[in-house]
Design a protein around this ligand. Structure first.
Ligand SMILES: Cc1cc2nc3c(=O)[nH]c(=O)nc-3n(C[C@H](O)[C@H](O)[C@H](O)COP(=O)(O)OP(=O)(O)OC[C@H]3O[C@@H](n4cnc5c(N)ncnc54)[C@H](O)[C@@H]3O)c2cc1C
Length: 324
């Protein structure tokens, strides 16, 4: 029998239950979102006992050494005493510098962190509405190029964090962020390799960062962006991306529309299908796939079947919490 001790309480861990399941089933308000060890919202710290290695995957070494772990994938075989992260170590306050609607449902939020944060364009941060409610947002900004962190937040109907960001968050307000995390970013080396970036909706955020980062670092192979939405209203940064295309001969932007109205200058179809039609053989290409989880899953499978090596496929599925 394994016991999980939290504050003054001790709970028995049920069979096949994670530490997160155990605590939330007993009414402990632990923040969580993806429930699959990706988003890192449920970061906790073992103050007694050692968390299993599998619960520390993807964490920075500094966090691992301090016994931080992800509660949603933590299945300990020994008793564990746990606590929410020590804010001084894990969270950074950040001031909202600017909020800007990029289309009807996507807001760009610019944040100034109160302490330096080392990140790569395309990674994600966790932004907290309060201590027990946080969500992941990908970084569209490029270190050394943009002064602040930029995120693109799509408003979901009744979305607890995205709705709050759109409706209540204001410039000069301070929020808490954690991170960065994730491995969907541009790695220098092999500058002639072709890059294909496919995104839907706010999945453009990490891709916009990755493209500008790659160009900044002198990538000279083809860089092809396919951004998809149902209709034109769902696309954004169209002017900026067309401008970038004029500046860099190796960059190409294809806005894709999956609805029935497809004006001149737009490709008809889902972004990943248009991409695969234009580049049917993906051998030796590097791919970045971000946005709707179903698109990411399908695109990954199709890219692999079209010859892309798994090591060359970088992906972030924007999984949405069902109840967290
Ligand atoms: C690694 C990672 C990176 C991410 N990056 C971004 C990013 O850059 N930008 C961004 O906007 N989001 C991003 N997300 C998603 C984000 O973390 C949140 O899940 C999202 O903002 C919703 O949170 P919420 O609290 O507003 O919604 P919640 O309160 O959690 O509610 C979501 C509800 O909406 C429902 N729902 C799900 N999809 C839809 C839909 N398409 N239409 C209508 N309802 C729906 C769900 O069933 C659920 O009930 C990312 C997620 C991950 C895991």
């Amino acid at each position: 029998m394994v016991n999980i001790k939290y504050a003054k309480d001790s709970f028995t861990l049920g069979e096949n239950r994670s530490v997160l399941d155990c605590l939330t089933e007993h009414g402990v308000p632990i923040p969580f979102s993806c429930r699959s060890g990706v988003c890192q919202t449920c970061l906790m710290r073992a103050t007694g006992g050692s968390p299993p290695e599998a619960a520390q995957q993807g964490l920075k070494d500094t966090l691992k050494l301090q016994n931080y772990f992800l509660a949603c994938v933590c299945h300990p075989t020994e008793d564990l005493e746990v606590a929410l992260p020590d804010d001084a170590q894990a969270a950074i306050p950040a001031t909202v510098k600017k909020l800007e609607l990029l289309n009807e449902e996507i807001m760009r939020v610019m944040l100034e962190c109160h302490a330096p944060i080392q990140y790569k364009a395309g990674q994600f941060i966790n932004l907290f509405r309060n201590r027990s409610l946080g969500r992941s947002y990908s970084l569209a900004s490029v270190p050394h190029e943009d002064d602040h962190l930029h995120i693109h937040v799509r408003r979901l109907p009744n979305g607890r964090v995205s709705g709050w960001i759109h409706e209540e968050l204001r410039p000069d307000q301070t929020v808490e962020v954690r991170g960065p995390a994730g491995d969907c970013f541009y790695v220098p080396g092999n500058p002639e390799q072709g890059l294909i970036l496919i995104g839907t909706g706010s999945g453009l955020a990490p891709l916009y960062g990755i493209i500008r980062d790659a160009l900044r670092q002198g990538h000279n192979g083809a860089i092809r962006l396919f951004h998809g939405s149902r209709d034109q209203r769902g696309l954004y940064l169209v002017g900026e991306l067309r401008e970038l295309m004029k500046q860099y001969a190796n960059f190409d932007y294809v806005p894709c529309l999956s609805g029935s109205d497809v004006p001149h200058g737009f490709a008809a179809g889902r972004a990943h299908e248009v991409a695969l039609k234009e580049v049917p053989n993906l051998k030796d290409w590097r791919l970045f796939l971000c946005g709707h989880p179903e698109m990411v899953k399908q695109a990954k499978k199709k890219a692999f079947l079209a010859g892309a090596a798994m090591k060359d496929i970088y992906a972030d599925a924007f999984n949405v919490s069902q109840s967290g």
